[in-house]
Design a protein around this ligand. Structure first.
Ligand code: UD1
Length: 381
């Protein structure tokens, strides 16, 4: 059997690592995987570092699309992916998550009738102003096999007319829906031990367990809207000044570009002078999970990081107006605080007082989601 895997943005390289590992360890003689990197992310620390560190095979193709508006970026990817699919003729195209690379793969394959397997299907923010929401809805509705990471993901698909009772043979009009858990949970379990041995990040940054906070901000509605970006950084400024604790902020390239443009001058100067706000380059996955595991609390607008907070039993403040990972909020371990300074400060105080009472039951599967997915692909090829 042959699959073509599309990667492009940082989180997809990480997710693909889980499937590539499952293929290598359990199904090497049965599957050939061809990897296509769209080039959506291209900085070394947004892309190659993950390929090197996580055991993802070097991509067979790189489309080198890079940054552009949604139309140019996605169209370039569709053209390149279609050509490769016509040449490789795989049994399945495997796509991950909700980025423009995911959408491009879905459009290219569905038009030439190559079955699509969507990993991380069914997630919804119910906010169609997010490009990711459009990408995930369209990817799900073009897919033949859909793999949901959470019970909410499965419910969302059923509400949109999918049936989990469908039996093989599957087609885009009669798709197979499988609840399998989260490949990111597989990865966190697998890489935790490796990270403990290899990562030197705590020493490099001179950080002690429980004595620092971790934050990430990269969603376009936070970086590109000055009111929101200012509110977030005012909150970071206030929290670090009052607690005198370090906040580590690995800065996404989009954020790096927008901070000087969109923070007001006074706040920008204060944040840069604040010794407790440590803005650093994007982290490798191993360093990132060490920071997540040893920090005190996490502030993030990333889908992946809010979940990793849960995996490593840390409270998370979600810097968005909603989340696709509802379970961690219902469980009381995360709060949706938007870019609202008052809500951020309130939730910060709440978690500061209550963090030791939080419970983190298993929600994201058994750590073997990737093996399950590969097995289903094989059975349906
Ligand atoms: C993309 C995904 C988002 C995912 C995120 C992970 C879409 C619509 N969004 O957002 O779902 O959570 O990746 O990081 O696909 N840039 C660089 N170097 C890089 C990559 C990006 O400088 O290696 C800069 C460019 O200025 C670019 C901007 O970041 O214009 C945004 O990159 P883009 O791929 O458009 O989206 P992300 O914000 O990374």
């Amino acid at each position: 059997m042959k699959i073509v895997t599309i990667i492009g943005a940082r989180p997809q390289i990480i997710k693909a690592a889980a499937l590539s590992r499952a293929i290598r360890n359990h199904f090497a003689d049965q599957i050939k995987e061809v990897i296509v990197h769209t080039g959506q992310h291209y900085d070394v620390n947004m892309s190659q570092v993950f390929i090197d560190e996580l055991g993802v095979p070097e991509p067979d193709y790189n489309l080198n699309i890079g940054s552009a508006g949604h139309g140019v970026q996605t169209a370039g990817m569709i053209t390149g992916i279609e050509e490769i699919l016509l040449k490789e003729k795989p049994d399945f195209l495997v796509i991950y998550g909700d980025t423009n690379s995911t959408l491009a793969g879905a459009v290219a394959a569905s038009k030439i009738h190559i079955p699509i397997a969507h990993v991380e299907a069914g997630l919804r923010s119910f906010n169609k102003s997010m490009p990711e929401e459009i990408n995930r809805i369209m990817a799900d509705h073009a897919s033949t096999l859909l793999f949901t990471p959470t019970p909410t993901g499965l419910d969302n698909l059923i509400n949109e007319g999918f049936s989990k009772e469908n039996k093989a043979p599957f087609t885009p009009d009669h798709p197979g829906v499988f609840h399998c858990g989260d490949v990111m949970y597989d990865n966190s379990l697998f890489f935790e031990t490796i990270a403990r041995e290899k990562s030197k990040i705590l020493n490099e940054l001179n950080l002690k367990e429980g004595e620092f906070y971790l934050a990430t901000v990269h969603r376009d509605n936070n970086t590109d809207q000055p009111t929101r970006l200012n509110a977030l950084f005012e909150a970071f400024q206030e929290i670090t000044t009052s607690t005198q604790k370090t906040l580590v902020l690995p800065v996404h390239p989009r954020t790096r570009k927008m901070l000087p443009q969109n923070l007001n001058d006074e706040l920008y100067a204060k944040v840069n002078e604040n010794p407790f706000i440590r803005m650093i380059d994007p982290m490798s996955f191993l360093d990132m999970i060490v920071l997540e595991k040893h920090c005190d609390m996490i502030f993030t607008d990333s889908g992946g990081v809010q979940k990793e907070a849960y995996f490593f039993q840390k409270p998370a403040l979600i810097l968005r107006s909603e989340t696709e990972w509802k379970e961690i909020v219902t469980q009381g371990c995360a709060r949706v605080v938007n870019a609202d300074k008052i809500k951020i400060l309130e939730a910060f105080d709440y978690f500061n007082t209550n963090k030791n009472t939080l419970k983190f039951p298993t929600i994201f599967g058994d750590g073997k989601a990737a093996e399950f997915i590969v097995d289903i692909l094989l059975k349906n090829s």
